[in-house]
Design a protein around this ligand. Sequence first.
Ligand code: 13P
Ligand code: SF4
Length: 319
Amino acid sequence: MLDQLHARLKNVITPEAWASFAPDIEAIHALKKEKKAVILAHNYMTPEIFHGVADIVGDSLALARQAAALEADVILMAGVHFMAETAKLMNPTRMVLIPDLEAGCSLAESITPEDILALRARYPDVPIVTYVNTSAAVKALCDICCTSGNAKQVVESLGAPRVIMVPDAFLAANTAAQTDVEIIPWQGICLVHERFTPQDVHNYRQTHKGVAIIAHPECPPDVVKASDFAGSTVKMIEWVETHKPEKVVLLTEGSMSDNIAIDHPDLTFIQPCQFCPYMKKITLASIRRALETMTHPIDIPAAIAAPARKAVERMIKVS
Ligand code: 13P
Ligand code: SF4
């Protein structure tokens, strides 16, 4: 099984790197059986995790949906902390593990429950949409959750003339460009996507003639405008699979290019050099350790879990 796997991944994993990964991959497969564990992995995981040990992969929305239906004893989130919290909200009776507590998110860290209470006091009649990239404590105080895959739909579902959208200023601006609903933003940013510039888009087009440029909606609006398509990580993948561009740049976390390139050897992926330091806390070694020691279990106090779950479930109904 390991030889077949390496044959599939050989274009992105060198034999030397593979030699260091193989023992952990083997051990993780055995631990999953022993502990009746399932590994959920976000599209930004490195290929040895994404293709080597994950059972279910996807964007934030898909992972939240899939977590709800899992019957495994243990759900391990190969992603960041808010994703593990969302899995716990969706499936509270399972043990949910995050392999490294430092796998945070610059967006989630940009807003606190106190900030939401201050927004409520300032705009008492305006509904609050929270991006899924927030803590459960923040979600608990908001009306509904959204992801980059359903932000417009969620905003419009409220039937309000204006809504507050936290915490991503760029997702708010990119959503505002697609709807008549007035959007009051918060000033959070994703430290990966904010680094892309319109000059980057221009340079890619000059250097790689005919290249398709696909952006994530956490990118600045002028980058999204200059791109050929914008959507959540799953929508970016779907776009590539439908349009099959000869050459493509995915303006998002760099590991995703490797992960899709493995399944599409006929397409050329020009990999951007932006990597998420939080996502990169999750490694084969940390996953193995988490399954061996059952760390770190996610625990959400009931008073927070109930309203936070409501915000996520409301979103899932809408999308
Ligand atoms: P999606 O996979 O939902 O598009 O989210 C991207 C992201 O940055 C998650 O942290
Ligand atoms: Fe957060 Fe950006 Fe990293 Fe996603 S890529 S986890 S939004 S910092």
